[in-house]
Design a protein around this ligand. Sequence first.
Ligand SMILES: [Zn+2]
Length: 88
Amino acid sequence: MSVPKKRSATRRRKLRASHHALKKTKTTTCPKCEKPCLPHTACKNCGYYKGRDVLGLEAKMDKKAKKSLQKKQEKEKLEKTDKEMAQK
Ligand SMILES: [Zn+2]
């Protein structure tokens, strides 16, 4: 392994490190379940992308899980509408 000939000056080291900061991942909200998901990828929560089930998560679920998920989504929608009404 090669060894650096001279140690880098503090200014030079800090200038280089100024580009090493981590960036916050950008997310969008899923139009179906309205949870945050990565843009241009299928939603990890519901498996939908561009309005259709791409990952097939709903097909793999059994009837009980499907029903409970539907109930959850309806509840969340109702709560959202209630909040919006309260703001007005
Ligand atoms: Zn989703």
